[in-house]
Design a protein around this ligand. Structure first.
Ligand code: ADP
Ligand code: MG
Length: 307
């Protein structure tokens, strides 16, 4: 049966630089086209960590605000992704327009996140490089044993400003890329929208997008096939299905790393509990079709949901 799907693409779907992205989007387009070919309505959102870091670095001497860098990253990633997907769909004989909506996402100017930067962006740095940036007044942190990175504020998304445009295109049978990089963070003041210096988590923004579009399923595509408990330890156990309550209990027990798996499980729980029969799926990019068919991935749904 035809479903309305919001797909949240992780870093592995896009690569870390220009050359990697050009290659990665081809593989990503195949995975997405599989779902479109089955007749589903598909909206795509994506992360932008490496890209927004790269753009921000290149724009350093021009004083370009971070919100503008996020806008640039949406356009750059959307351009590559929409063309790769268009090509893959045409190859399969599907003549469906694919377009990218430059998307703003409302945040609260009093969000406590503005006081405490937590979101890593840009390339991994050596400790010495990081300390130099820190001395220059920029926030940096060690990112899960993988090296140092710059960090910026990551407020919670409240509302998708361009939601009607996305909905219209979707209802017209088109494929839409929206809320890229978590969306351009804006605050509302006297009826005006003003860019905020932050990067919204793409998993949370995708959840808001899915809720506002009344999607059936939120699929978070990442670098692991399933969610695990005791991840990366001897006791590691992959999970195939979780109720909202079970997922909440595991969150409390600290099984999911903040900044990587935690926001995905939190977004999944939030979506699956927001209305009857809404489900969330976390899996590997290449396994999207199998996971949607119930063969793999971790599904999170309310106990009383009906298929
Ligand atoms: P993305 O770019 O897709 O958002 P992230 O690196 O932010 O990817 O998050 C996905 C990563 O989270 C996985 O590749 C894995 O290394 C890590 N991870 C942390 N905790 C868990 C867990 N409990 N189960 C599975 N993966 C986990
Ligand atoms: Mg992530």
């Amino acid at each position: 049966m035809k479903k309305r799907i919001v797909l949240a693409l992780g870093g592995n779907a896009l690569g870390k630089d220009l050359a990697e992205q050009m290659k990665a989007v081809k593989v990503t387009a195949v995975a997405i086209a599989d779902l479109i070919e089955q007749g589903n309505e598909v909206v795509i959102s994506h992360g932008n960590g490496p890209q927004v870091g790269m753009i921000n670095l290149a724009m350093e001497h021009l004083n370009i605000p971070l919100s503008v860098c996020v806008a640039m990253s949406q356009a750059y990633i959307g351009y590559d992704l929409q063309n790769a997907l268009r090509e893959e769909l045409l190859f399969r004989g599907l003549n469906k327009p694919v377009s990218t909506i430059i998307t703003q996402v409302l945040v609260d100017e009093d969000d406590p996140a503005f006081e405490k930067p937590t979101k890593p962006i840009g390339r991994f740095l050596k400790e010495e490089e990081a300390k130099l940036l820190e001395a220059d007044g920029q926030a940096v942190m060690e990112d899960a044993g993988r090296g140092w990175r710059r960090v910026v504020a990551s407020p919670k998304p409240k509302r998708i400003i361009e939601i009607e445009a996305v909905n219209c295109l979707l209802n017209a049978g088109q494929v839409v890329i929206a809320a890229g990089g978590g969306g351009i963070p804006v605050v509302e003041k006297d009826g005006r929208l003003i860019g905020a210096s932050a990067v919204i988590d793409k998993d949370f923004a995708s959840c808001v997008l899915a809720k506002e579009l009344n999607a059936d399923i939120l699929i978070v595509l990442t670098a692991v096939e399933k969610v695990a408990i005791h991840f990366n330890t001897e006791k590691q156990q992959w999970l195939s299905a979780l109720t909202v309550e079970e997922a909440q209990a595991l969150i409390k027990e600290g099984h999911f790393a903040p900044g990587s798996m935690l926001p995905k499980v939190e977004a999944a729980v939030e979506f699956a509990s927001s209305r009857q029969n809404r489900r969330a799926l976390i899996t590997l990019l290449e396994k999207a079709r199998d996971a949607l068919g119930g063969k793999t991935g971790t599904i999170i749904e309310a106990q009383n949901s009906e298929r």
